[in-house]
Design a protein around this ligand. Sequence first.
Ligand code: GUN
Ligand code: ZN
Length: 436
Amino acid sequence: MKIFRGRVFTPVGDPFSAGDATASYRAWHDGFVAVDEGRIAAVGDWRDAPRAAEVTNFGPDSLISPGFIDTHLHAPQLEMIGSYGGHLLEWLNRYTFPTEAKFADPKHAEKVAKIFFDQLLRNGTLTALVFSTIHAAATDIFFAEAERRGIRAIIGKTMMDRNAPEVLLEKARDSYEQSRQLLLKWHNRGLLRYAITPRFAPTSTPELLELAGSLKREFPDAYVQTHISENAREVSWVHELFPQAEYADVYDTYGLLDKHTVLAHGVYLTDEELDLLSHRQSRIAHCPNSNLFLGSGLFKLHHVRECGVVVGLGSDIGAGTTPSLFTAMADAYKVQQVQNVSLTPLQLWYLATLGGARALSIEDETGSLEAGKSADFLVLDLESTPLLALRMEHAESAEDLLAGLIFVGDDRAVSRAFVAGREVLRRDRVEEPVVS
Ligand code: GUN
Ligand code: ZN
């Protein structure tokens, strides 16, 4: 048994639900997390910590928190962050497709895979749902690198058979076969899971969606990830391509909606579509940084949640401009502010941790610091920069401490990270002024 000592904060419930928000979390100024064989054995006040175990004391200026959970991003798009000008459909054609075509070369995939998972860990993301490209070899490389790093990841080979450059199109049957092979190799291997990944309705023929659905029927516990209703022109295009149905019905027709389905964006969903998603228990990945960068629109978080749909947070690299979930939380706050809704720091931290775990149906395993769960946690350095240290001097409560981290903190605050009790990141303070 190992004991980790420091400040501790963890959500244990949903702070959006009516009632007392203070019941939705636990916090200890001088707390501990006890870890045994990769699992959390106990969490609480230091005075109640089990004795006679090996203790690592991070000190009072460190916060132990659950790791962040990114419910939507594209590994191959890391190198094209900040490709500016144009909304979704121009952006895809101008930048995204040419970038993804480079992943036909496994050497390129190897290079990017290393940097990609490095960036996730530095930013405190310990669980991620990830798009690869159409390339089976590149997807295999992303899985292998995730396994090597010890991160918890759900990854899928993108499936596309129309409306993209020729080099990124596959035959629907090949796409199915290659996805199936990757699924058989990686799904439920250690911390890894497979996601069946039709890119979105416009790049899918009915035949491709049919085959994606039959793969899902064959492997009902596999994930499905795709995009939905991100951009107004995209929605009109889907109506032209699939005139018989609303956008969400397209995926439903092919059996692609269940509780292991995560749909990115959902900015323009109708109430009927939200009812359908709620009924099917499908999830939405809200990606505020991406929605702002591409000018896609303003997500109606409360309305979507009130319709009974579970929502997680996503960075949506590379339409999102950073893998940081600190930024995703800050941008989620701003997207609601301009719609006259003020999210609380407890709600934002929940979305980035336990809420994300619920979105991925892994809340029994991770997302909070509670006995029995996997020991997935971050150690955040509350003095990682002079500005954060100053802000922390004025943090009045656990909630205000989170606010400081969300709006002033960044990847430099992530000093250590553990997944299933294994240390996956250790970083010293990086910044010292030349003259102080
Ligand atoms: N819709 C279809 N593909 C993509 C993508 O790569 N990024 C975003 N943001 N939306 C998409
Ligand atoms: Zn995306």
